[in-house]
Design a protein around this ligand. Sequence first.
Ligand code: AMP
Length: 322
Amino acid sequence: MADIAKSPFWPTKSPVRRSMDARSSVFNRLSLRKSTPMESLPRQLHKNWKISDFELGRKLGKGKFGKVYCVREIETGFVCALKVMDKRELLNYKVEKQFVREIEIQANVRHVNCLRLYGWFHDHKNVYLILEYAAEGELYKVLKSKRRFDDVTASYYTFQVASALSYLHKKHIVHRDLKPENILLHFNNQIKLSDFGWSVYAPGHSKRTTMCGTLDYLPPEMVEAKTHDEKVDVWALGILLYEFLVGRPPFEEQNSSTTYKRIAKVDLRIPSFVSPDAADLIRKLLKYEPEKRFRLSEIGKHPWILKNRLHWPSTFMSLENT
Ligand code: AMP
């Protein structure tokens, strides 16, 4: 598979490996259907997938638990991404339950700014996730290469992430691991929120206690080991917006205990080159008290967004109606 993946061209022959029986594995206990409806594919293709259904293209990247390839579904020519994860590694790291939850949540998400999970399957060695293909890759890499985004770009990205989070919260899903590494970019600067590994389904007004996510993005209630709810994502959006405009997160320090202390005090220092309107939105998102944080549904009415949206790409209009 590796040799084929290295080729810049589509292989003429796909590496066929028939799915094998793995009845004893935890992966058989997934409660969701093996594939979810693929809008772009004909109905008869809602089936039990196997690796030979796909033509492997180039490798898109490598994550902690596997590799991601650009693939084409042979019967329809539908292009998507295939994440290949070694079962043994998932079990070794004891992340199988987290992984199953990730699949169950992501398979039920349908929003233009959330990466679609079309289906999954497994064989004796690997678990495969069939994902929407995001052509421009990781937002983190784009941010690192540009150092920081201008107001128009940052506002466009922020608005799309806020739309995705707002949708998730309406479905009682809390993402809990927002950061540039977990955001993919498609054509026309379209955001695709991905990596639902720390997400949780929390119906009603239930509060959670698990401390999770990435240090620089943790909210005060998590560093102080209090319960939390969906407002943790609103805090993380504030951190993300700051990182978009400044190029690094606001509480970043050499040692983590200093970061913890600064988060708990909301010791926020916004550089003078950040426009006053953007600084205002950052401060409104980064409030110590979760309930005082800016409402995601109101973000489109904030002056910084209103001012900058005039310069967003015209494709946004059609995007907004999807
Ligand atoms: P992950 O294992 O999800 O962290 O993915 C590893 C890398 O593969 C990411 O950093 C991306 O560069 C790339 N990647 C993952 N999923 C996709 C996708 N759906 N479309 C395009 N690139 C992807």
